[in-house]
Ligand binder design. Structure first.
Ligand SMILES: CC(C)(COP(=O)(O)OP(=O)(O)OC[C@H]1O[C@@H](n2cnc3c(N)ncnc32)[C@H](O)[C@@H]1OP(=O)(O)O)[C@@H](O)C(=O)NCCC(=O)NCCS
Length: 208
C-alpha cells in the first residue's frame, strides 16, 4: 500500500539558496515546502514520470535510466520508495527507488526490486526542464532522504551517476564508492552511497 509521506511541512533543507532580494509570495511559498505537494507516485503517474525522464535524458545521452515498463514495474512493486513533487497538480520532479540486497549495485539492480532489504537503490532523480536550477532537485533529494530515514530497517541509499553529477550528490551527503561495474551504452558511472542509519538524533527531530 502506498505510504503517505509524513513530516513537517516547514522542513528546510540545509542548502537552500539564500534569496538575494525580497522574496515574492511565490518564492516564500517555495521555502515553506507544503507537505501536500509531496507524495509517493502511483502507476497513474507513470506517463508524467516518463515524459520528464525522456526529455531529461534522451536529448543528452540517448537513453533513459528507466523504460516506461520499468517505471510501471517499480511504481507497482515499491511505490513507497518513490517521491514526487507536484505543483498545482503537475509533477515537477521525482525520485524512483527500489530495494537492493548487495553491497554494490550490479546490472541486475537496474531492473529488479528486492523487498525487505536495508538498501535503497535510487534509479532516477529528475526535475522538469522548466524547473531546473531552482534548488528543486536538491530539495526533493533532501526530503526523500529524510523520508527514508523514517522508514524502519533502511540503512543506506545507493545510486550511480556520471562524473559531472558527483559534486551534486556529494553536496547532498553521498560518498563515492568508486567506479560502478554498470555500463549503459558505453557510459561509465560512479557509485555513491548515503548512510541512513545512526541518525537517532536527526530522527527524533525530523517529525518521523
Ligand atoms: C540533475 C538535476 C536532478 C538537478 O536538479 P536541479 O533542480 O536542476 O538542481 P538544483 O537547482 O537543486 O542544484 C543545482 C546544482 O546541481 C548541479 N547540476 C545540475 N545539473 C547539472 C549538470 N548538468 N552538470 C553539472 N552539475 C549540475 C550543479 O552543482 C548545480 O549547482 P550550481 O547551482 O552551483 O551550479 C536536474 O538538473 C535534472 O533533472 N537533470 C536531468 C536528469 C539528470 O541528470 N538526473 C540525475 C541523474 S539520475
Amino acid at each position: 500500500m502506498t505510504q503517505k509521506v509524513s513530516g513537517s511541512p516547514f522542513l528546510k533543507p540545509f542548502f537552500l539558496k539564500t534569496p538575494v532580494r525580497v522574496a515574492t509570495p511565490l518564492q516564500q511559498r517555495r521555502h515553506t515546502l507544503p507537505a501536500s505537494e509531496f507524495r509517493n507516485l502511483t502507476s497513474q503517474d507513470a506517463i508524467s514520470v516518463f515524459e520528464i525522464e525522456r526529455e531529461a535524458f534522451v536529448s543528452v545521452s540517448g537513453v533513459c535510466p528507466l523504460t516506461l515498463d520499468e517505471v510501471l514495474n517499480f511504481l507497482g512493486q515499491c511505490p513507497e520508495l518513490s517521491l514526487g513533487w507536484f505543483e498545482e497538480g503537475q509533477l515537477v520532479a521525482f525520485i524512483i527507488g527500489s530495494g537492493w540486497d548487495k553491497e554494490r549495485l550490479s546490472q541486475k539492480a537496474m531492473t529488479q526490486h528486492v523487498p525487505d532489504t536495508p538498501t535503497v537503490h535510487i534509479h532516477v532523480l529528475s526535475v522538469h526542464r522548466h524547473c531546473r536550477q531552482q534548488g528543486k532537485g536538491s530539495i526533493l533529494l533532501w526530503r526523500y532522504l529524510q523520508y527514508l530515514r523514517c522508514m524502519p530497517g533502511l540503512r543506506r541509499a545507493l545510486l550511480i551517476c556520471e562524473d559531472f553529477l558527483v559534486p551534486f550528490y556529494r553536496k547532498a551527503g553521498f560518498k563515492e564508492k568508486g567506479p560502478s561495474e554498470i555500463s549503459v551504452s558505453n557510459m561509465q558511472f560512479q557509485e555513491m552511497e548515503y548512510a541512513l542509519g545512526g541518525q537517532a538524533y536527526a530522527r527524533r527531530n525530523s517529525g518521523c
